[in-house]
Design a protein around this ligand. Structure first.
Ligand code: NAD
Length: 278
């Protein structure tokens, strides 16, 4: 039996990741979240899909909660093979307009929450001599699309943190995967902090027209973990932006800046969202 811990597993991507493991058989999953009813639902689905597990209330913005979870898993389950730092939220708007409280809210959950997970789980993984950590970032971490500043900033930091961990942990036999999906339909928009009509329309269109389901994105991410890949970019559109950005970062950003200056940047964003390119 292998053991996994997944944060934010009461809903969306976290739940889909739990089910992708459960259906493989031989996985016990600690389903962690702040939403008790959602965790119970995920656990029932995991059991139905062939896995087993427990729920664990954990607010990832509280380092003491995350440490308690690591202590629980390493003591009672005798080890953790896989940690998935998944809990996350979105905050939109223009830099300068977004209230500082929204930046903090987003950074506390997306970035600090993920860091607390790494901080508490790496030492016991080193002691057991093995393990793997999947950090859930987003393609927005490298596309840096406009009006998503807090989200982009935290996801870019997660990519950098994962790259650092990949080399640091190699000698300890701990693998690292950073998952960078484009948008797909989950409950992420329910709690989104947004400022104007465009940002809501854009997000809703990107979700509606996303080219993959949460289940497909989760399956791709778990397969990339099984292959011990550092980068997991599940959608083809994400891979396209990745190549474009690497080929010429200047051309990429100058094009977006030109579109914004001419006043059609938001229309371009909506168009891309509607044709499933976000
Ligand atoms: N849905 C997408 O389009 C998309 C794309 C790329 C990356 N992601 C990432 O996937 C991850 C999961 O998002 P999702 O789309 O499944 O959204 P979701 O809202 O469906 O799920 C997020 C889960 O995180 C939990 N959560 C929120 N704050 C928490 C906290 N402080 N402590 C513990 N749990 C907390 C919520 O209760 C919820 O169950 C996020 O990191 C998100 O950035 C999502």
């Amino acid at each position: 039996m292998k053991n996994a811990v997944i944060t934010g597993a009461a809903s969306g991507f976290g739940r889909a990741l739990a089910l992708a493991l459960a259906k493989r058989g031989g996985w016990k999953i600690l389903i962690a979240d702040i939403n008790r009813a959602g965790m119970e639902e995920t656990l029932a689905m995991v059991r139905k899909a062939g896995g087993d597990g427990e729920i664990f209330e954990c607010n990832v913005t509280k380092p003491e909660d995350v440490q308690r979870m690591a202590d629980y898993a390493f003591t009672n389950w005798k080890g953790v093979d896989l940690l998935i730092n998944n809990a996350g939220v979105v905050s939109c708007g223009f830099v300068g307009d977004i209230p500082l409280a929204d930046w903090k809210w987003c950074a506390d959950i997306n970035l600090w929450g993920m860091l607390y997970g790494c901080h508490s789980f790496i030492p016991p993984m080193k002691a057991q001599g093995s393990g793997h950590i999947i950090n859930i970032a987003s393609s927005m971490g490298f596309t840096s699309f406009m009006e998503l500043g807090p989200y982009n900033m935290t996801k870019a930091a997660i990519i950098s943190l994962s790259e650092t961990m990949c080399s640091e942990l190699a000698a300890s036999n701990i693998g690292v995967t950073v998952s960078c999906p484009m948008f797909f339909n989950t409950n992420l928009l329910n709690d989104m902090h947004y400022r104007d009509k465009f940002q809501t329309q854009f997000a809703r269109s990107a979700f509606e027209h996303g080219r993959m389901t949460a289940e497909q994105v989760a399956e791709k991410t778990i397969r990339d973990y099984e292959k011990n890949k550092l980068y997991s970019i599940p959608q083809m559109t994400g891979k396209l932006y990745w190549i474009l950005k690497r080929f010429s970062p200047r051309l990429y950003h100058v094009t977006l800046a030109y579109a914004m200056r001419k006043g059609y940047g938001e229309k371009l964003g909506l168009f891309l969202a509607r044709i499933g390119m976000m």
